[in-house]
Design a protein around this ligand. Structure first.
Ligand code: AMP
Ligand code: MG
Length: 455
């Protein structure tokens, strides 16, 4: 088993020396429960232009301000008629009607339809008063609307005086009735609805250019470590680039939060305190740190949080990312994520993502899980629940016949928590139970999709 955290500093007496309790060993699901219970949706609303509502949660019920469609209209190109006038029509004995005008979408009839009359009508145009059905042009001797030359089209009103109808139609045929989609006054979208592209379209149909949504949660990120330099600076001896500020900020934005970048704090209590205070001052709803929560001498985040915060230090029965701190700093919820980039991203996915979603008012906090067939042997010697990085795809039925396609998974390669590239190729986490030390090819494994569609 690869040690992830400063084993050269490891001192089993450290918890006592720091005056804190020994970390609780928690299952992933147990930790998730506690986190979900600790957050409630922000009670802070804002009115935003429609497109900015995408991905956010409505805080108002949206009633229809009018019927949709607003008026009876035609679903086909053809002739608006009285069904009774064509009830006896057949190829042998067509019904001949007088064409009294044309109604294109966006126009209205100038006069009601009388007995023995027809209007040429185009899809979406309002049905003229007096008409109760539409005969598609294919059932007539009309040319159809693609069948006219430019010159003919220009003189349509005079080009066609009569139309022969070859078939009867029922009352209401090809008519879309006012209010059949939405009725005026009916609540179409309820508070609590997540605005997806379909909802954006629905809101546009309801004339809502602005809507009330819950504010985006502000999530501040502080990277800790003397070895870190910002991504745009030269890397000196012993130094590495700060990955987590960017990876975590991207995850926050990806899941609908507003990231606040607090930069890098050196491994000194004052530096970490100052960073966290800045996060509080800037209105963070959640503080995230990375690094410094295991048991080494330099794990000062833990020290600061023990002194200043009300914290739980959890040892989560998982890999990667066993240590996790969770509590409050100056009243603001804080999560101390492990330092290894893979560990911090995986623990974010598992523990911080549901917190961000809950603050934003989402109720579906958990990811879609599925089962996939392992394409390779997988071993789990960690003695913990192992979240391995994998690529899930769909495989056609083996027999090439009409069987169902199958979800299959392979790992992205080397799974050490320091191997950032294992995360780059992954679209899923493969969840191997603690008790399962070996998976044979062909066995089913539990999958947490972190990205759709499959790579
Ligand atoms: P720590 O938990 O502070 O002991 O960090 C564990 C490992 O993650 C060490 O190898 C750190 O150098 C590395 N690490 C910590 N923070 C970051 C970061 N922001 N970006 C890249 N690597 C990091
Ligand atoms: Mg560190």
């Amino acid at each position: 088993m690869a040690h992830e955290h400063h084993e050269h500093h490891f001192d089993p007496l450290a918890p006592e020396r720091l005056g804190g309790p020994a970390p609780d060993l928690l299952s992933v699901d147990g930790a998730l429960e506690q986190i979900a219970a600790a957050f409630t949706p922000l009670e802070d609303y804002e009115r935003v232009p429609l497109l900015q509502a995408l991905g956010r949660v409505l805080v108002e019920d949206i009633p229809a301000d009018m019927h949709l469609p607003p008026f009876d209209n035609t679903a086909m190109d053809g002739y608006a008629v009285r069904a009774a006038n064509v009830a006896a029509a057949s190829h042998e004995r067509p019904a001949t009607l007088r064409v009294v005008g044309e109604i294109a979408a966006g126009r209205v009839a100038t006069q009601p339809l009388g007995p023995g009359e027809a209007y040429r009508i185009l899809t979406g145009a309002p049905l003229p008063p007096g008409a109760d059905a539409v005969v598609p042009y294919e059932l007539t001797d009309g040319k159809g609307f693609g069948g006219w030359s430019a010159a003919e089209a220009a003189s349509l009103a005079t080009a066609e005086r009569e139309v022969s109808v070859f078939q009867s139609v029922e009352h209401g045929a090809n008519v879309r009735y006012a209010g059949e989609d939405q009725r005026k006054g009916e609540v179409i979208l309820r508070a609590g609805t997540v605005v997806r592209p379909a909802e954006v379209g629905g809101l546009a149909a309801l004339g809502r250019a602005q809507v009330w949504v819950r504010r985006r949660p502000r999530v501040a990120v502080l990277s800790t470590g003397d070895e870190l330099v910002p991504a745009d600076q030269a890397v000196g001896p012993g130094q590495i680039r700060d990955v987590n500020s960017f990876a975590l900020a991207a995850l926050i934005a990806h899941y609908g939060g507003e990231p606040i970048l607090l930069g890098i704090a050196a491994d000194r209590p004052e530096a970490i305190r100052a960073g966290l205070r800045e996060g509080v001052t800037r209105g963070a709803d959640l503080l995230l740190t990375s690094g410094g929560v295991s048991m080494g001498d330099y794990d000062v985040v833990k020290q600061v949080l023990q002194e200043d915060g009300q914290m739980g230090f959890w040892s989560i029965d998982m890999r990667p990312g066993k240590p996790l701190a969770f509590g409050r700093f100056e009243g603001v919820p804080i999560m101390g994520l492990p330092g290894n980039p893979v560990s911090s991203m995986v623990t974010f996915e598992l523990f911080a993502r549901p917190a961000v979603l809950r603050l934003a008012g989402h109720t579906r906090l958990h990811r879609l899980e599925l089962w996939a067939t392992a394409l390779q042997p997988i071993s789990n010697r960690s003695g913990r629940e192992n979240f391995m990085r994998g690529i899930v795809s769909q495989r056609a039925p083996r027999d090439g016949g009409d069987g169902e396609p199958e979800w299959v998974v392979r790992l992205t390669g080397e799974q050490g928590s320091n191997i950032l590239t294992s995360m780059l190729k992954a679209n899923a986490l493969v969840r191997i139970p603690k008790s399962k030390t070996h998976v044979e090819p062909g066995e089913h494994v539990r999958i947490l999709m972190i990205d759709w569609p499959p790579l």
